[in-house]
Design a protein around this ligand. Structure first.
Ligand code: FES
Length: 116
């Protein structure tokens, strides 16, 4: 079976995987960190990834669990890395961890405040 190239952004890391591999497993093979807490059971929503509209063919259709958990976010391109399987070449965007994003914003705010 021919392997498929998946690229992870913004870290720009690529990996070749077999069709049917979950995005989470592919990310681990590419050494791309994606947080999980539920062990890949669509329970924690920490493994959200973003798929650009022109990349939709890269992954299998959303599972029932993804639709139930993500709701309207599916239409925005969000998927669960533990549920979505790779079926074609594509680019997957890994959003910044919400906790890291909050800390980064706070640090940026403190830097701005210290300038005054
Ligand atoms: S790993 Fe928990 S929802 Fe995907």
């Amino acid at each position: 079976m021919e392997k498929i190239v998946v690229n992870f952004q913004p870290m720009d890391k690529s990996v070749k995987v077999r069709p049917g591999t979950t995005v989470l497993r592919a990310a681990r093979e590419a050494k791309v960190p994606i947080s999980t807490r539920c062990g890949g059971k669509a329970g924690c929503l920490m493994c959200k990834i973003l798929l650009e509209p022109d990349q939709a063919a890269a992954l299998t259709s959303p599972t029932e669990a993804e639709r139930r958990k993500l709701g309207y976010q599916i239409e925005q391109g969000y998927r669960l890395a533990c549920q979505a399987k790779i079926c074609g070449q594509g680019v997957v965007r890994v959003p910044e961890d919400p906790l890291k994003a909050a800390i980064r914003k706070q640090l940026e705010q403190q830097q701005d405040d210290s300038l005054w």
